[in-house]
Write a protein that binds this ligand. Structure first.
Ligand SMILES: Cc1cc2nc3c(=O)[nH]c(=O)nc-3n(C[C@H](O)[C@H](O)[C@H](O)COP(=O)(O)OP(=O)(O)OC[C@H]3O[C@@H](n4cnc5c(N)ncnc54)[C@H](O)[C@@H]3O)c2cc1C
Ligand code: SF4
Length: 809
């Protein structure tokens, strides 16, 4: 039977969660296409604040990797917004001219940040805080400028301000009201928040009316209506959002403040739905994920149902917010301002900096503000959701944290099974306990993978950990770390099982070792592929479907979907012939950027995927593995050949090392360097293996890293000859290959297992000899991956040819 077609416009949090719900219900019912304006897979927008504050990396906030789309056969177009919808013939067209027809169309276009229409708002250095690009701009600006102004003292503005402080900028928050977060807090809590943030180094200008932004091309300040002025090299506007509805309006959908939907998220046009911040339900537009996920569930149920649904759809949500600034606990929910018919319980402890307010109407909790101690928040939320009658309850029963006795019960233990622990994803205590018991979960990550709890803002992580501790009777944090949520087994256990049981294929490992998922995930599959290859260096046939996209295609994907090509230049040495070839290829394929890399190689950037095999043919050079978890480059200084200081042949040794180990797979990328004297022009001190020439000898450094976690290498040994250097590298690399966990850099491995331990292992002659033998075996039969592709018409057709229907990686 032909599958029905779903098109999703908007690759954000609400839209993809809706697809997850649909796939969970029926993985095979629909053929799904997603168009996203941003050039990324689906990521956790909420955690942009954590990225800015330095607590997460951009890679770590990806919710669904490209592999996830491929695994579910979802056709994905990133960086390509839909520009036209024709509801009469049920088709959509993207900016790049891609056209698709649909049976069901979902709008999940989110919101645009609201930019105050101030004179000067179009200047360079004036930005919003909404997406990865904004986040990157702030991080980059902080490297060159000092002063930042954030307009807006709400949740987003304060999180941005905290991030900019962490980036060493001076930050002033400009706010129009007379206290902070006035939409979430009452004046008392707002003032306490200001004091707390001032202690952290933030400065504030309240009751401030901005008149214009000054500067020539780039902003240099903010002028206020009272004539005062503030210097600023960066202005972040965080004053609100407006639903992104222009495409919906142009498509003839009924739009009020946002796209008008019913309880099943159906719009005014047949077969067209809207979900997320772009949707308006019962007159309300939501700007937090919890309601959007509930909407996604209702939409999924409707679209998957074969019969009209008898149960009610989405009924609206109670919203709550938490500020994600470390050291400042703030929670607010429902209607928290005092009204004519409301009464409230208030606790204000100025010594401890705690403020609590629970607003009650008709014997029901209708809103709450907690500052300084937010442990009562799950209980209050549940009371609000259940409209619980509190007339007979004591203050301590409503706010258990006010129990003064020493035997205060743990918050999670006191919670009923029906109470929600993860508000964003609507996961109850009962759901989590059941998953822990039924599936023997032992870590927070496993609970996350299994139940979705703590997958969004992460605010409930401490509660999940506490629950694990209670359910398993052990400290959750002391548990061993499994490879991923698909298994309980650690890297070491899996490797041992592969050896013991003689396993040969990725799928076999998953079957035999009882994986909880059918196909594994993007974390475990590449690791298994590596461990299998390590165990059987000659026989194992690399499973390219279990590799990251760069390694599968043997080229580095760039942010615009094109690829970069770095041919091998041993030791960083080249010649006129190679340079001519590179120049010719650059001309022939209109390569927009030629760049010398940090590892002294030439990078041809901006190559289309389908051109990769042709470019490799024309270059006629070997792959530089610039994309691989393998030996990358050996950087060299000029050394004795030309330098006045060089007493050693650094180029000769570097070329020899690179030729010997090229293509060897490793747990993570490995970079090496050879400098001929301690001036260290090849930067040997920050390489995985760095060689430095000294009088009549070579010093060998290991575990250096010039990347995010800057680390100087440790001096490991001093040897007299080139051959001793090679022997050392062989044994060190093989021990690293066998002992480190997949995706562990040498710097992390050296720190985890200790340099002394590595020294001890390599000091044993027999062990060292065996390690050298095993690396020699792994090095036999290495094939250049580009050449392999060029020799296989099949690979070229399946991996590189442009097709009508394709998953864009
Ligand atoms: C820094 C930050 C911190 C936040 N913190 C929290 C928090 O702690 N808790 C909380 O609950 N919420 C928080 N939020 C809000 C939350 O992220 C949003 O409510 C949620 O992401 C909205 O989901 P959505 O899918 O509706 O929109 P989005 O996630 O914005 O997704 C919409 C996507 O559609 C794309 N798009 C638009 N038009 C088109 C088109 N024509 N074609 C193709 N694609 C298109 C957009 O580029 C965008 O990627 C935060 C938001 C930010 C920015
Ligand atoms: S490291 Fe020493 S030998 Fe090598 S180029 Fe620099 S100064 Fe010359």
């Amino acid at each position: 039977m032909l599958k029905q077609k779903i098109i999703l416009i908007g690759n954000g949090m609400a839209g993809i969660r809706t697809l997850e719900e649909i796939i969970k219900k029926d993985p095979h019912k629909f053929e799904i296409t997603v168009f996203g304006e941003e050039p990324h897979p689906n990521y956790n927008r909420i955690l942009l604040s954590s990225v800015l504050q330095g607590d997460a990396s951009i890679e770590s906030i990806v919710l669904n990797s490209y592999e996830w789309y491929a695994e579910h056969q979802i056709e994905l177009f990133t960086g390509d917004p839909v520009v036209k919808v024709d509801t009469s013939v049920q088709t959509v067209t993207s900016q790049n001219g891609i056209s698709r027809s649909y049976d069901h169309l979902i709008f999940a276009t989110g919101s645009n940040p609201f930019m105050l229409p101030l004179p000067g708002a179009d200047k360079e250095g004036v930005i919003a805080f909404r997406n990865i690009q904004d986040c990157e701009t702030m991080i980059d600006t902080a490297k060159h400028y000092k002063k930042a102004a954030v307009i807006g003292g709400g949740l987003l503005g304060l999180e941005a301000a905290r991030g900019l402080l962490n980036l060493n900028m001076e930050v002033e928050v400009i706010h129009i009201a007379d206290y902070l977060m006035e939409r979430q807090l009452d004046d008392q809590a707002g003032k306490m928040l200001k004091e707390e943030l001032e202690k952290q180094g933030m400065t504030f200008r309240l009751n401030a009316h901005t008149e214009r932004l000054t500067g020539k091309k780039r902003v240099d300040g903010v002028r206020f209506k009272d004539g005062s002025q503030l210097d600023a090299d960066l202005v972040v506007m965080a004053v609100g959002i407006k639903p992104n509805v222009s495409l919906a309006k142009d498509s003839g959908l009924e739009v009020n403040r946002a796209i008008v939907v019913n309880d099943y998220m159906q719009t005014s046009v047949e077969n067209v739905y809207a979900v997320g911040e772009c949707a308006e339900h019962a007159g309300v537009v939501y700007g937090l994920v919890a309601p959007l996920y509930e909407q996604g569930k209702a939409l999924a149920e409707h679209v998957c149902a074969d019969q009209p649904l008898s149960k009610p759809g989405y009924q609206g949500s109670i919203v709550y917010t938490q500020l994600k600034v470390s050291g400042v606990d703030v929670f607010s929910a429902g209607r928290f301002q005092d009204g004519e018919h409301t009464k409230s319980i208030r606790v204000h402890d100025e010594f401890e900096g705690i403020f609590k307010k629970v607003v009650v109407e008709n014997n029901k909790v209708i809103g709450a503000v907690l500052f300084g101690d937010t442990s009562d928040s799950p209980r209050l939320l549940t009371m609000m959701r259940n409209e619980q009658d509190i007339s007979k309850m004591s203050k301590v029963a409503i706010l258990p944290s006010e129990n003064e006795s020493d035997e205060r019960e743990s918050v999670v233990v006191a919670m009923a099974d029906s109470e929600t622990i993860c508000g964003c994803n609507g996961v109850t205590k009962g759901d989590i306990v059941k998953a822990i018991n039924d599936q023997g979960l032992t870590t927070v990550d496993q609970v996350k993978a299994c139940t979705n709890a703590s997958r969004s803002c992460g605010g409930c992580k401490p509660l999940v950990a506490e629950l694990l501790t209670h359910a398993t009777g052990e400290e959750a944090s002391n548990q061993k770390e499994p490879i991923c949520g698909c298994t309980d087994l650690s890297h070491e256990e899996v490797t041992a099982e592969i050896k013991d049981k003689g396993l040969n294929y990725v799928r076999e490992v998953m079957n035999v070792l009882g994986w909880s998922t059918e196909n594994g995930c993007s974390k475990c599959r590449p690791a298994l592929n590596y461990y299998l290859g390590l165990n059987q260096p000659i026989e194992y046939k690399d499973d390219s479907t279990s590799k990251f996209v760069n390694e599968r295609l043997h080229a580095n994907i760039q942010n615009d979907g094109t690829f970069s090509v770095v041919p091998r230049m041993y030791g960083g040495v080249t010649n006129p012939d190679q340079l001519r070839k590179i120049a010719d290829v650059a001309d022939k394929y209109n390569v927009p950027l030629l760049k010398v890399t940090g590892g002294q190689r030439i990078d041809l950037l901006g190559i289309a995927k389908e051109d990769l095999p042709k470019v490799w043919t024309d270059l006629g050079m070997r792959s530089g593995y610039a994309y691989g978890k393998s030996i990358r480059t050996v950087k060299t200084c000029v050394g004795e050949s030309f330098c006045r200081f060089g007493t050693q042949d650094s180029i000769g040794l570097g070329v020899r090392i690179e030729k010997k180990y090229e293509g060897l797979s490793t747990p993570h990328k490995v970079k090496m360097a050879v400098s001929a004297c301690p001036r260290n022009c090849a930067e040997s001190g920050i390489k995985d293996v760095g060689i430095v020439g000294v009088e009549g000898a070579w010093e060998i450094y290991v575990g250096g890293n010039g990347g995010v976690d800057l680390r100087g290498g440790d001096l490991f040994a001093k040897v007299a000859t080139d051959q001793e250097v090679i022997d050392f590298i062989s044994s060190f690399l093989q021990f690293y290959r066998e002992d480190a966990r997949y995706l562990e850099r040498t710097s992390h491995w050296v720190e985890r297992v200790g340099l002394d331990h590595i020294k001890k292992v390599l000091a044993d002659d027999e062990t060292r000899t065996q390690l050298i033998e095993r690396v020699e075996l792994a090095l036999t039969g290495q094939q250049d991956p580009w050449n392999e592709v060029l020799e296989s018409k099949d690979k070229q057709a399946t991996l590189y040819e442009k097709k009508e229907v394709e998953v864009i990686n």
